[in-house]
Design a protein around this ligand. Structure first.
Ligand SMILES: Cc1cc2nc3c(=O)[nH]c(=O)nc-3n(C[C@H](O)[C@H](O)[C@H](O)COP(=O)(O)O)c2cc1C
Length: 315
């Protein structure tokens, strides 16, 4: 997720996950135009950064890390994915054919590709040839209405290893509930056309148990989790007991320190603000602490505010 699943947050999530619960992680989506441009490259490369400490956890928990890319020119997909394979150590490449945001759709990319199957297949082919890595696609069920059968059958004409299907159309954005019946339809198409391809469902998974239930009911091979991580960074932990204030604040402090060490001034501190509510809720004084943190401009400021709160609570 853009501005969310950077190397810092992925490491944080893994640090509180138990083995076997989480199999794949994805980078933020990274533009192939940017990667292919001699100057533009430096503006997007941070999206593919993997800290050594993150790599250590990936290895320890046996989790695969996939680089996600987007664009619409097959030649650029070829060059960008070759560059990624040559310069990095990702386990695979995922192509974004799902983002519904106007800015990208206007550029004829991401979910706009749902109505351009020939181009989509060319892009997948170029990415496989360029990288030599396993390639997958993340997409939606249609543009204005569900076209699941048509679109999934077309995607399966490629050599994609997996399809992650967000159970909403482009038009639905995230404004309406995900319709997991569409995942079941996609599974049936996959079973008929290409049983070896993995089909992962996505949309509104609220908890580990809920994800398992959706997988069982739809027949999917897995579930992708997005926003639920905002309400529970311990999503992939065996123990789902209520976390103490200390546990929440410890994890937040770790997050802020890791963010500051990783990005220094390379990423705007305000990005971190969307994470505060993840840790600071459900205890006395949470709202006031959150309000004070929202006023901070640097990592040092934020750590000081938390330190003072902890001191006052200890009295
Ligand atoms: C802040 C934010 C950023 C996102 N960025 C991406 C992205 O870069 N690539 C992508 O494939 N999906 C992205 N998504 C969509 C999610 O991957 C997911 O498909 C969507 O949120 C539905 O799943 P959920 O209900 O579990 O959140 C993003 C979603 C959010 C909320």
């Amino acid at each position: 997720m853009e501005d969310v699943t950077d190397t810092v947050f992925r490491e944080l999530i893994m640090s509180v996950s138990d083995p076997g619960r989480l199999n794949l992680l994805f980078t933020e989506f990274t533009s192939v135009d940017g990667l292919c441009h001699p100057v533009g490259r430096s503006a997007v490369l941070h999206r593919l950064l993997v800290n050594e400490t993150e790599q250590h956890l990936l290895d320890k928990l046996n989790i695969k890390l996939i680089a996600q890319i987007w664009g619409n020119d097959p030649e650029k997909f070829y060059s960008a994915s070759k560059y990624i394979a040559d310069e990095f150590d990702f386990d695979g490449i995922d192509i974004n054919m799902g983002c519904p945001v106007n800015k990208v759709v206007k550029q004829n990319t991401c979910s706009a590709l749902i109505d351009q199957p020939a181009l989509a297949l060319e892009i997948i082919d170029a990415t496989i040839k360029g990288s030599g890595l396993p390639v997958s696609v993340k997409t939606r069920t249609g543009i204005k209405t569900h076209s699941t059968e048509r679109w999934i059958s077309q995607l399966l004409q490629s050599e994609t290893k997996a399809v992650t299907l967000h159970a909403r159309t482009q038009k639905m954005q995230s404004l309406y509930p995900a319709e997991w019946e569409q995942i079941a339809i996609a599974v049936r198409v996959r079973d008929t056309v290409k049983p070896d391809v993995k089909l992962i469902g996505n949309g509104d998974v609220e908890s580990w148990e809920h994800g398992i239930q959706q997988i069982e009911e739809s027949g999917a091979d897995g579930a992708m989790v997005g926003r639920a991580i905002f309400s529970n960074p311990w999503f992939f932990s065996d123990t789902q007991s209520q976390k103490s204030v200390d546990e929440k604040l410890d994890l937040l402090q770790k997050h802020i320190r890791l963010f500051a060490d990783t990005w220094q001034s390379g990423r705007n501190f305000s990005i971190l603000k969307r994470f505060f509510k993840i840790y600071i809720h459900g205890f006395a004084g949470a709202a006031a602490l959150r309000a004070s943190l929202m006023e901070s401009f640097t990592a040092e400021d934020a750590l000081k505010v938390i330190g003072e709160f902890r001191k006052s609570e200890a009295v």
